[in-house]
Design a protein around this ligand. Structure first.
Ligand code: NAD
Length: 502
């Protein structure tokens, strides 16, 4: 039997017009950083894409000073309607340059082009459109009349949805009247730098958004800068905990979006075909490098064999390979260190007695690749059922009753997401009510909308992004001084992380 070769996607790296070197975007211009430059590589080929400046502590200070000046002189003086106009303009420019942004994202991150083109970039535009609409309606954000902006927001984001995480951070901050210094992840700075060009195109006043590249030391210097009023972090629980400690006792308001170990619960009356698609989307979307991934599949015992058999059949049809090919379902892993973690935890899964399975697939020689993997015979004490693998690895567990499903789903230090698959509406409501997860999807998974708040319980963090709730992270009520309210917020944050309660 011969297979058809598919034509390559029209989205190819040749449409990009990248510079060989990028500086830091401070006060409206690209300037060289004082730290040692680093390269960004394509995880699919390990080829260098570009060289990027690294922001030193002095650069961080320059960026914060620029953001403070812009806050005091321009941005906080604009009306909400005028701020909204800039956000609308940014949203339209993102749409105009969407193909280029999608290609850059897939090149730099390794995710399939059909995801960056059809999910990430449209959501980026949607986030800016949504918060543009809020900019002149802050009186209705739920904080009472005339809420105040906080000042300068320090924002640090991860590599799994680089431009989307940027949008989640920048759009509400600007709508609420704050200025921003943002640091993208060191392995995926490219789209943030293209976004800086979009800000120039949009004529955003200099200093309102500053984008500084670098690794953990740059992020640490930023969140610990004494002149930032707000810290927003998305990334690992370990770093989130460190930031909670270092900002405790300061006036900085803090929100943390951290890891997860989401349960996807399939009851015996679920529409199995749909559930299979939801399971695949839940853990193999973006190579499973998704904080809210459905990485623990809880299947009712009576349908376990049927679900696992059909899942394996479906996984055998997934195409793993070139992220820029529009037919690719599973792309490259973002970095060698991330790949190492997947390998290590999967090996531990086998050593602890779980049964490992992957479909037959040929992985490219160059680059970072991991096949879709399913573990059965998993028990709740296994590391693969407890630790966040952050890769295309599914752990399958079983349950007999709804109470057991709920107990197992909640048996995790995290609490970001969960899914429920059943034909019964009443069961969805009853189970969702008892799940300790910030987001619960019913008969679907990994659906995102700018109007819908997103965030975690327990070690998945605190604060919400998206929707009206997402504005609260960047506003203070008119009557309460920002110092008082911020201090209590930081202190309670640390308590929540230590005590494991929301
Ligand atoms: P990470 O915490 O190592 O890095 C995230 C960002 O923080 C990067 O920009 C990094 O440079 C920066 N950073 C590292 N050390 C820092 C420090 N001491 N101070 C300040 N900034 C620092 O995480 P990662 O490995 O890049 O990302 C994967 C993790 O992020 C996973 O655990 C995942 O669950 C989590 N994540 C969560 C969400 C969410 O919305 N909850 C979204 C995406 C990723």
């Amino acid at each position: 039997m011969t297979f058809l070769d598919y034509a390559p996607a029209p989205e190819s790296a040749s449409i990009l017009n990248l510079k060989s070197e990028y500086g830091l975007f401070i006060n409206g211009d690209f300037v060289p950083g004082k730290g040692e430059s680093f390269t960004s590589i394509s995880p699919a080929t390990e080829q260098q894409i570009t060289t990027v400046s690294c922001a030193s502590e002095a650069d961080v200070d320059t960026a914060v000073v620029a953001a403070r000046r812009a806050y005091e002189r321009t941005w906080s003086k604009l009306s909400g309607a005028d701020r909204g106009k800039y956000l609308f303009r940014i949203a339209r420019l993102v749409q105009e340059r969407s193909r280029e942004l999608a290609v850059a994202e897939s090149l730099d991150n390794g995710k399939p082009i059909k995801e960056s083109r059809d999910v990430d970039i449209p959501l980026v535009a949607a986030w800016f459109f949504y918060y543009a609409g809020w900019a002149d309606k802050l009186d209705y954000a739920g904080l009472g009349p005339a809420p105040r902006s906080l000042g300068v927001a320090a924002q640090v984001i991860p590599w799994n949805f680089p431009l989307l995480m940027l949008a989640w951070k920048i759009a509400p901050a600007l709508a609420a009247g704050n200025t921003v210094v943002l640091k993208p992840a060191e392995t995926t700075p490219l789209t943030a730098l293209l976004f800086a060009e979009i800000l120039q195109q949009a004529d955003l006043p200099p200093g309102v958004v500053n984008i500084i590249t670098g690794a953990g030391a740059t992020g640490s210097a930023l969140v610990n800068h004494p002149d930032v009023n707000k810290v927003a972090f998305t990334g690992s629980t370990a770093v989130g905990r460190e930031i909670a400690r270092s900002t405790a006792g300061t006036a900085k308001k803090l929100t943390l979006e951290l890891g997860g170990k989401g349960a996807n619960i399939v009851f015996d009356d679920a529409p199995i075909d749909q559930a299979i698609e939801g399971i695949v989307n839940g853990i193999f979307f973006n190579q499973g490098q998704v904080c809210c991934a459905g990485s623990r599949l809880l299947v009712q015992e009576s349908v376990h064999d049927e679900v696992v058999d059909r899942l394996k059949e479906r996984l055998s049809t997934l195409r793993v390979g070139d992220p820029l090919d529009k037919n690719t379902d599973v792309g490259a892993i973002n970095s060698a260190s991330q790949l190492g973690r997947m390998r290590e935890l999967s090996d531990i899964g086998e050593q602890e007695g779980a049964t490992r399975w992957s479909p037959a697939c040929t992985l490219p020689d160059k680059g970072f690749w991991f096949p879709p993997t399913v573990f059965t015979n998993v028990s709740t004490s296994h590391r693969i059922a407890r630790d966040e693998i952050f890769g295309p690895v599914l752990s399958v567990l079983t349950f007999r009753t709804p109470a057991e499903a709920i107990a197992k789903a909640n048996n995790t230090p995290y609490g970001l997401s969960a899914g429920i698959w059943t034909d019964k509406g009443s069961r969805i409501l009853a189970v969702a009510d008892k799940l300790r997860a910030g987001v619960v999807w019913a008969n679907t998974f990994n659906k995102f909308d700018p109007a819908s708040p997103f965030g975690g319980y327990k070690e998945s963090g605190y604060g919400r992004e998206g929707g009206r709730h997402g504005l609260a992270a960047y506003l203070a009520p008119a009557a309460v001084s920002s110092r008082g309210s911020s201090r209590s917020s930081s202190a309670s944050s640390v308590k929540a992380l230590r005590g494991g309660t929301k």
